[in-house]
Unconditional design. Structure first.
Length: 653
């Protein structure tokens, strides 16, 4: 493809190569990406087939500003390209944002030099294996489950019986094992199953863990929302948007509790934990996603052969309540704290219980949160366009999970994932290492990389997670095992779990202001308006470590509002609908209650947006049907016709 370019283009590219070489020479120890994955919308006729047409690729190269070498398509449907010239991390980031801003792609991701995706996701993380996920040939099934001969053959290979089998959304089979397998036995079982002619794919159902770390209680102010150095600079953004009661945000977590500072904000969700050994509520999936606690005792952790063997011993974390509060605690109610978003409903999607959450449940939870049907689960009356995943588990992104994420992106969802607290390359941790996900690293109050935060080329941007100089004020419950009904209050926490909902919150404010933005465009907006990392004496963030910068709510919203006025389409107030009313409308302008800190003196940006405005014509303009789909999604609540539950499991308590 490269030889097709004309001489003028070639000259331009040679000049660009020189600039890049200079840039590379001054960038210390950055691991530059070697390739990119670009996933177009499925209904784009120019993006069919095994490779892009020459003209489509030329247009892609023009948008990116770089010559690319086609490497075909991967299993997720993404087109892969190598950079024809060496590219430094910052230039690659800018190129990808230009491609995202066109509105034509579901995602455009840089691929690290060592792609863990290629490695088989055969083994778990050292804990017993309680379930396997297989994709079989159609003839191995009878209806939704394995036919008897195939099942018996697989059981012989696994070495134990399959206690339950069920169909996951997306068509894979979930095989819950009668007894947990040791990691070594699981590895052997996976190898044997992989050689079975009926098995197209097999992997261990791994677990991800909540990614917040307790810190000492301290009286805190919400620097994370206010501060113009290490915070997200929210007050000026709240002059433009505070949320939208017609645009739900999904908290895919341990379940939220009825905390007074979430009153009226939480709408009906679902409990996706299918295995009773982890659910801690006495049954499998059910309609009550309230958090019953996720404590693990030392006895559970040390019982040989038990499902919880080797799981970290801990009290209940109330992680979902904490994450939900960071994103959406009620503002201006005279008590407690404020969330990033003051209005949008929070959908309570429970996927993590004792010892974290299984990727099979996370995948189904993602689909359901985005409004996609999941077998055996009632339809989601509050399909969300912003999904928050404050969790991380070791290993590559499972193709099962990637398929769920890609499908959710196709529905218009934007998916935010915590980098994890392992102080490791994020490429080794799912779900943040899946394509199309906005991976968020954590920063301290002084803008340095938080000591625990994972990092690397896959990080989109950073947000406050706490560390040096202060932790993040959060909602909490004082129960150490079960929730204490009189124990609701406030605490302090650290973690990339708290960084993620800051970004999800800013995305929800951006959507509240302009509902037509697709997932990739939203990412381009928040990356290109992120605040550069301040210079610090230790744990300096760089764009190759911590992404584009620290998410800046004021800059993101100012950039959107500075675009052509006809581009701005604030959603109208929701039509009277059967939806439970999520929140009393907050006053339009004042800063939230508990925040005595002065607002940053920096003026609201009035400069033109840093990201390109979509161009009309060609593949890279957003198509009318795409806009229509996004609008429909935004209006889904008002259009719901089924009777309301009237109350949520939260308000029923
Ligand atoms: Ca249950
Ligand atoms: Ca439940
Ligand atoms: Ca409050």
């Amino acid at each position: 493809m490269v030889e097709r370019i004309n001489r003028r283009e070639r000259n331009k590219r040679q000049a660009m190569a020189l600039v890049l070489a200079l840039a590379a020479a001054t960038t210390a120890s950055a691991a530059p990406p070697v390739a990119i994955a670009i996933r177009f919308h499925d209904d784009n006729p120019l993006a069919q087939g095994a490779a892009l047409s020459a003209s489509a690729q030329a247009e892609l190269e023009r948008a990116a500003g770089f010559p690319l070498v086609s490497q075909g398509r991967d299993g997720d449907g993404a087109f892969r390209f190598a950079f024809a010239l060496p590219v430094d991390a910052a230039s690659a980031r800018a190129a990808l944002n230009r491609v995202r801003a066109t509105g034509a792609v579901l995602y455009a991701d840089a691929l690290p030099a060592a792609d863990t995706r290629a490695k088989a996701a055969a083994t778990g993380d050292g804990v017993p294996v309680t379930a396997l996920i297989v994709v079989t040939r159609p003839q191995a099934k009878r209806g939704d489950v394995l036919a008897t001969p195939a099942r018996a053959r697989l059981e012989a290979k696994i070495g134990t019986t399959i206690a339950r089998q069920r169909l996951l959304a997306g068509g894979a089979q979930h095989l819950e094992l009668d007894r947990p397998l040791s990691p070594a036995d699981a590895r052997s079982a996976v190898e044997k199953l992989a050689s079975d002619p009926d098995v197209l794919h097999v992997e261990v159902d791994r677990r991800a863990h909540a990614t917040a770390t307790p810190s000492d209680p301290m009286f805190g102010q919400q620097w994370n929302l206010i501060d113009g150095l290490g915070g997200i600079n929210a007050p000026a953004a709240w002059d433009i948007a505070t949320g939208n009661s017609a645009q739900p945000v999904a908290i895919i977590d341990t379940g939220m509790l009825p905390h007074p500072d979430l009153a009226g904000r939480v709408v009906a969700g679902y409990d996706f934990i299918s295995d009773v050994r982890f659910s801690n509520d006495g049954d499998g999936r059910d309609a009550d996603p309230a958090d019953p606690g996720d404590w693990v005792t030392s006895e559970e952790s040390t019982t040989p052969g038990g499902a919880l063997q080797a799981c970290p011993v801990s009290n209940s974390t109330w992680h979902g309540t904490m994450v939900g509060g960071t994103l959406g605690a009620v503002a201006n109610n005279g008590s407690g704290m404020s969330g990033v978003n003051w209005t949008s409903p929070l959908v309570n999607v429970r996927v993590m219980g004792k010892c974290g959450g299984a990727l099979s449940d996370v995948a189904d939870g993602i689909r359901w949160a985005a409004g996609i049907a999941v077998p055996g689960v009632p339809a989601n009356r509050y399909p969300a366009r912003v999904l928050n995943l404050s969790m991380a588990g070791p290993g590559a992104c499972s193709p099962i999970l990637q398929a769920a994420i890609t499908e959710a992106l196709t529905q218009g969802a934007v998916i935010v994932a915590a980098a994890g607290n392992g102080n490791d390359d994020v490429d080794n941790h799912w779900p943040a290492n899946c394509n199309g996900v906005i991976a968020v690293a954590a920063t301290s109050k002084n803008g340095s990389r938080a000591f625990y935060s994972s990092y690397g080329a896959r990080i989109a941007l950073s947000a406050p997670g706490g560390g040096i100089g202060g932790s993040i004020p959060t909602l909490r419950n004082t129960g150490t095992t079960s929730p204490d009904p009189n124990g609701y209050g406030y605490g302090q926490q650290l973690g990339s779990s708290l960084a993620a909902p800051h970004v999800a919150g800013v995305l929800s404010l951006a959507l509240a202001f302009e509902a037509d933005l697709g997932a990739a465009e939203l990412r381009a907006v928040i990356e290109s308006t992120a605040r550069p990392f301040p210079t610090v004496s230790s744990e300096q963030c760089t764009t190759s470590m911590c992404g584009a910068g620290i998410v800046d709510a004021a800059s993101a919203l100012a950039a959107l509002s500075a675009r052509s006025p006809t581009d701005a389409r604030p959603m109208p107030a929701p039509a009277p609908s059967p939806a439970p009313q999520p929140a009393p409308a907050p006053p339009a302008t004042p800063a939230p209650e508990p925040v005595p800190l002065p607002i940053s003196p920096e003026p609201v940006a009035t400069t033109p947006p840093a990201f390109p405005v979509p161009v009309a014509g060609g593949w890279h303009a957003k198509r009318p049907e795409e806009i229509e789909r996004l609008r429909k999604h935004a209006g889904a609540i008002g259009e719901a016709t089924d009777a309301p539950a009237g109350r949520t499991p939260m308000s029923a308590r």
